[in-house]
Design a protein around this ligand. Structure first.
Ligand code: FES
Length: 171
Protein backbone atom coordinates (compact mmCIF):
# COMPACT_ATOMS: atom_id res chain seq x y z
CA UNK A 1 0.00 0.00 0.00
CA UNK A 2 1.35 3.41 -0.95
CA UNK A 3 1.69 5.93 1.86
CA UNK A 4 0.36 9.44 1.39
CA UNK A 5 2.70 12.38 1.96
CA UNK A 6 1.08 13.01 5.36
CA UNK A 7 1.49 9.40 6.39
CA UNK A 8 5.13 9.47 5.32
CA UNK A 9 5.71 12.60 7.35
CA UNK A 10 3.98 11.10 10.40
CA UNK A 11 6.18 8.04 10.09
CA UNK A 12 9.24 10.24 9.86
CA UNK A 13 8.22 12.17 12.99
CA UNK A 14 7.70 8.90 14.87
CA UNK A 15 11.15 7.74 13.85
CA UNK A 16 12.68 11.09 14.90
CA UNK A 17 10.94 10.78 18.28
CA UNK A 18 12.48 7.34 18.68
CA UNK A 19 15.88 8.75 17.80
CA UNK A 20 15.79 11.91 19.94
CA UNK A 21 13.50 10.66 22.71
CA UNK A 22 9.85 11.33 23.49
CA UNK A 23 10.41 14.18 25.90
CA UNK A 24 10.29 17.93 25.92
CA UNK A 25 14.01 18.29 25.14
CA UNK A 26 13.46 16.65 21.76
CA UNK A 27 11.09 19.32 20.52
CA UNK A 28 13.64 21.62 18.86
CA UNK A 29 15.75 18.85 17.24
CA UNK A 30 12.60 17.24 15.79
CA UNK A 31 11.29 20.58 14.53
CA UNK A 32 14.66 21.39 12.94
CA UNK A 33 14.75 18.01 11.19
CA UNK A 34 11.22 18.45 9.80
CA UNK A 35 11.96 22.03 8.72
CA UNK A 36 15.09 20.86 6.92
CA UNK A 37 13.27 18.14 5.02
CA UNK A 38 9.93 19.81 4.24
CA UNK A 39 11.01 23.49 4.40
CA UNK A 40 8.21 24.24 6.88
CA UNK A 41 6.27 22.75 9.81
CA UNK A 42 2.70 21.99 8.83
CA UNK A 43 -0.19 22.00 11.31
CA UNK A 44 -0.41 18.21 10.88
CA UNK A 45 3.27 17.90 11.83
CA UNK A 46 2.79 20.14 14.87
CA UNK A 47 -0.13 18.02 16.06
CA UNK A 48 1.78 14.77 15.56
CA UNK A 49 4.83 16.10 17.42
CA UNK A 50 2.64 17.32 20.29
CA UNK A 51 0.95 13.90 20.54
CA UNK A 52 4.25 12.02 20.58
CA UNK A 53 5.96 14.30 23.12
CA UNK A 54 2.86 14.61 25.31
CA UNK A 55 2.71 18.39 25.11
CA UNK A 56 0.00 20.80 24.02
CA UNK A 57 -0.07 21.69 20.28
CA UNK A 58 -0.13 25.37 21.26
CA UNK A 59 3.31 24.95 22.81
CA UNK A 60 4.65 23.48 19.57
CA UNK A 61 3.04 26.30 17.61
CA UNK A 62 4.57 28.90 19.97
CA UNK A 63 8.05 27.49 19.40
CA UNK A 64 7.58 27.34 15.61
CA UNK A 65 6.42 30.94 15.44
CA UNK A 66 9.05 32.20 17.91
CA UNK A 67 12.22 30.98 16.21
CA UNK A 68 13.14 32.57 12.89
CA UNK A 69 14.75 29.34 11.63
CA UNK A 70 11.38 27.58 11.81
CA UNK A 71 8.34 28.41 9.71
CA UNK A 72 4.69 27.45 9.56
CA UNK A 73 4.61 28.61 5.93
CA UNK A 74 6.34 26.72 3.11
CA UNK A 75 9.77 28.21 2.46
CA UNK A 76 12.34 27.75 -0.25
CA UNK A 77 15.03 25.14 -0.30
CA UNK A 78 17.52 28.00 0.00
CA UNK A 79 16.72 30.75 2.47
CA UNK A 80 18.65 33.97 1.95
CA UNK A 81 18.79 36.15 5.07
CA UNK A 82 20.38 39.52 4.41
CA UNK A 83 21.49 41.51 7.46
CA UNK A 84 19.67 44.82 7.65
CA UNK A 85 21.32 46.15 10.82
CA UNK A 86 23.22 49.44 10.75
CA UNK A 87 26.78 48.32 9.98
CA UNK A 88 25.71 46.24 6.99
CA UNK A 89 23.32 48.99 6.00
CA UNK A 90 26.23 51.46 5.86
CA UNK A 91 28.37 48.95 3.95
CA UNK A 92 25.95 48.64 1.03
CA UNK A 93 23.16 46.33 2.11
CA UNK A 94 20.67 48.09 -0.18
CA UNK A 95 22.66 47.36 -3.31
CA UNK A 96 22.85 43.68 -2.35
CA UNK A 97 19.12 43.62 -1.63
CA UNK A 98 18.28 45.03 -5.08
CA UNK A 99 20.61 42.52 -6.75
CA UNK A 100 19.02 39.61 -4.87
CA UNK A 101 15.51 40.76 -5.80
CA UNK A 102 16.54 41.25 -9.41
CA UNK A 103 18.30 37.89 -9.77
CA UNK A 104 15.67 35.87 -7.93
CA UNK A 105 12.63 37.71 -9.30
CA UNK A 106 11.04 38.00 -5.85
CA UNK A 107 10.92 40.66 -3.15
CA UNK A 108 11.85 40.28 0.50
CA UNK A 109 9.40 38.09 2.37
CA UNK A 110 8.58 36.05 -0.75
CA UNK A 111 9.39 32.53 -1.97
CA UNK A 112 10.04 31.80 -5.63
CA UNK A 113 7.35 29.88 -7.52
CA UNK A 114 9.68 26.92 -8.05
CA UNK A 115 10.11 26.60 -4.27
CA UNK A 116 13.88 27.10 -4.53
CA UNK A 117 14.43 30.47 -2.85
CA UNK A 118 13.08 32.54 0.03
CA UNK A 119 14.33 36.07 0.59
CA UNK A 120 14.32 37.52 4.11
CA UNK A 121 15.94 40.27 6.11
CA UNK A 122 17.58 39.41 9.41
CA UNK A 123 19.13 41.37 12.23
CA UNK A 124 22.86 41.36 13.04
CA UNK A 125 24.69 38.13 12.22
CA UNK A 126 27.74 39.06 14.31
CA UNK A 127 29.87 39.86 11.25
CA UNK A 128 29.51 43.64 11.48
CA UNK A 129 33.10 44.42 10.45
CA UNK A 130 32.76 42.24 7.35
CA UNK A 131 29.49 43.45 5.91
CA UNK A 132 27.38 43.29 3.96
CA UNK A 133 26.71 39.90 5.51
CA UNK A 134 24.07 37.32 4.69
CA UNK A 135 23.21 33.72 5.43
CA UNK A 136 22.17 31.09 2.92
CA UNK A 137 20.66 28.32 5.01
CA UNK A 138 23.38 27.68 7.63
CA UNK A 139 26.23 29.24 5.66
CA UNK A 140 27.40 32.80 6.34
CA UNK A 141 28.72 34.98 3.52
CA UNK A 142 30.62 38.17 4.32
CA UNK A 143 31.77 41.18 2.25
CA UNK A 144 29.12 40.27 -0.30
CA UNK A 145 29.19 42.27 -3.52
CA UNK A 146 26.41 42.66 -6.09
CA UNK A 147 28.58 40.83 -8.62
CA UNK A 148 28.94 37.85 -6.31
CA UNK A 149 25.24 37.51 -5.60
CA UNK A 150 24.64 35.90 -9.00
CA UNK A 151 27.49 33.51 -8.39
CA UNK A 152 26.04 32.43 -5.03
CA UNK A 153 22.62 31.91 -6.62
CA UNK A 154 24.17 29.88 -9.45
CA UNK A 155 25.93 27.74 -6.83
CA UNK A 156 22.58 27.15 -5.15
CA UNK A 157 21.08 26.03 -8.45
CA UNK A 158 23.97 23.60 -8.79
CA UNK A 159 23.29 22.48 -5.19
CA UNK A 160 26.78 23.35 -4.02
CA UNK A 161 26.29 26.65 -2.22
CA UNK A 162 26.49 25.68 1.40
CA UNK A 163 30.08 25.27 2.37
CA UNK A 164 31.26 23.05 5.17
CA UNK A 165 32.86 25.96 7.01
CA UNK A 166 30.77 28.36 9.07
CA UNK A 167 32.01 31.54 7.43
CA UNK A 168 32.89 32.24 3.83
CA UNK A 169 34.44 35.49 2.74
CA UNK A 170 33.42 36.33 -0.79
CA UNK A 171 36.19 38.14 -2.65
S1 FES B 1 25.32 44.63 11.34
FE1 FES B 1 25.32 43.09 9.79
S2 FES B 1 26.39 41.45 10.70
FE2 FES B 1 26.23 42.93 12.30
Amino acid sequence: MLLTEQEKMREEIRSLAEEYGKDHGSLIPILRAIQKKYYYISSVAMQEIANLLGIHPIEVYSVVTFYSFLSEEPQGKYIFRLCETISCDMLGKDQIARQLENDLGITFGETSDDGMFTLLYTSCLGMCDQGPAMMVNDCIYTKVTAEKVSEIIADCRKACCCCETTAKEVQ
